[in-house]
Design a protein around this ligand. Structure first.
Ligand SMILES: Cc1ncc(C[n+]2csc(CCOP(=O)(O)OP(=O)(O)O)c2C)c(N)n1
Ligand SMILES: [Mg+2]
Length: 391
């Protein structure tokens, strides 16, 4: 889908949709597309906000394409790690809709602060998907320019980016860039486990009392490595927001339409000066935490199967088919594009040059430091000691 401006609106132009408050199974969950691919016209959130989307057929197809592409590229990265070509990979499998929905809801001027798993948001920001692979291959330190793409560097320190995002959002407000339709908003991504971090709770406090233009986007994928959600909270995570003084909403994170609608509304509220909000995207990490993890040691197969039935791509496919938004060749054509792009990704990863080891000192500080200069010189002498040797 092109980075355009498809609307969030009160009406859908698709046939016979229903309107309801919450959904049958879970009144707390904002959902616009059921796991069976049935479209719900509009749905009210916990504070009465009504969510809906009004996409053209082209835009619906674009969202489907995004979902398939990010899943395929992610699978290729996992395979590359398994073949020894990456040091590590943190897969987004299962979380495509939360990421594509929220990522496409961002406007060009909005700034995003990711964790280490937001490859789908990165894709939506227009960043070459090769970029994080350089990082995980250990041949560069990140690759993209956060200012150019309005997408910060990946952050491994759990929750730290919520503080960076809060400071950034406070700056946006101080610069007078909020309060209009073209105002700026900021989004911070983090996980369910991160909600237990002091940093995240401090970010909630600061964003709240400074009425910052910030959307806290928590992908609750049910696990923090092996720790299940019940080790993080006794209340649904979105309800934490109330205690900090801003709204919270739980969205079906496997529903790309609802993820889009809820994020777009929260961002628009933020850009208009209405302060922060918390979105809990309720989803599931279908794969391992990272390629270093073995989830079969702490969760049972039936749980994974139950979530398989809520797959974000399958429901979009069912919707496009039922509503005859696609012709016969569409799905094959998207699969073929995904195959081509993942092959291209693989070829480029294999061709990545190894950096000179001494360059690891280059970008630690913008202007260097005497201590670092000393370390670089020592390391260079050490490397030179191998010259002429077989090892
Ligand atoms: C401050 C800090 N503590 C611990 C870790 C180790 N660690 C890496 S990922 C992770 C779990 C994070 O879980 P969650 O926030 O749910 O995000 P998810 O990986 O599920 O997307 C932990 C504890 C870390 N990177 N940073
Ligand atoms: Mg998690």
């Amino acid at each position: 889908m092109a980075k355009g401006d498809p609307g969030v609106s009160t009406r859908s132009r698709r046939a016979a949709p229903r309107s309801r408050k919450g959904t049958g199974g879970d009144p707390e969950l904002v959902q616009l597309l059921t796991p069976e691919g049935e479209r719900i016209d509009s749905v009210a959130g916990p504070d009465g906000t009504v969510y809906s989307v009004d996409f053209t057929d082209e835009e619906y197809r674009g969202l489907y394409r995004d979902l398939v592409l990010v899943r395929k590229l992610d699978a290729e990265a996992t395979a590359l790690q398994r073949q020894g070509e990456l040091g590590l990979w943190a897969s987004l499998l299962g979380q495509e809709a939360a990421q594509v929905g929220s990522g496409r809801a961002l406007r060009t001027q909005d700034m995003a602060f990711p964790t280490y798993r937001e490859h789908g948001v990165l894709y939506c920001r227009g960043i070459d998907p090769i970029m994080p692979l350089g990082l995980f291959r250990g041949v560069d330190q990140g690759g993209w320019d956060p200012n150019e793409f309005k997408f910060n560097m990946y952050t491994i320190v759990i929750g730290a980016q919520t503080l960076h995002a809060t400071g950034y959002a406070m700056g946006v407000a101080m610069d007078g860039k909020t309060g209009t339709d073209d105002g700026e908003a900021v989004i911070a991504y983090f996980g369910d486990g991160a909600t237990s971090q002091g940093d995240v709770n401090e970010a909630f406090v600061w964003a709240s009392v400074f009425n910052s233009p910030l959307v806290f986007f928590c992908q609750n994928n049910q696990y923090a490595i092996s720790e299940p959600l019940e080790r993080q909270t006794r209340v649904p995570l979105y309800r934490r927001a109330g205690g900090f003084g801003f709204p919270g909403v739980r969205v079906d994170g496997n529903d790309v339409l609802a993820s889009y609608a809820v994020t777009r509304t929260a961002l628009d509220n933020a850009r208009h000066g209405q302060g922060p909000s918390l979105i809990e995207a309720y989803t599931y990490r279908m794969g391992a935490h990272t390629t270093s993890d073995d989830p079969t040691r702490y969760r049972i197969a039936s749980e994974v199967e139950a979530w398989q039935a809520k797959d974000p791509i399958a429901r979009m496919k069912a919707f496009l088919t039922k509503q005859q938004i696609v012709d016969a060749d569409f799905f094959a054509e998207v699969d073929e594009q995904a195959r081509r792009e993942s092959l291209h990704l693989r070829e480029r990863v294999l061709a990545m040059p190894n950096p000179e080891p001494v360059t690891m000192f280059d970008h630690v500080y913008p202007n260097g430091s005497p201590l670092l200069d000393e370390q670089r010189a020592k390391f260079s002498r050490y490397m030179e000691s191998f010259e002429g040797s077989a090892h």
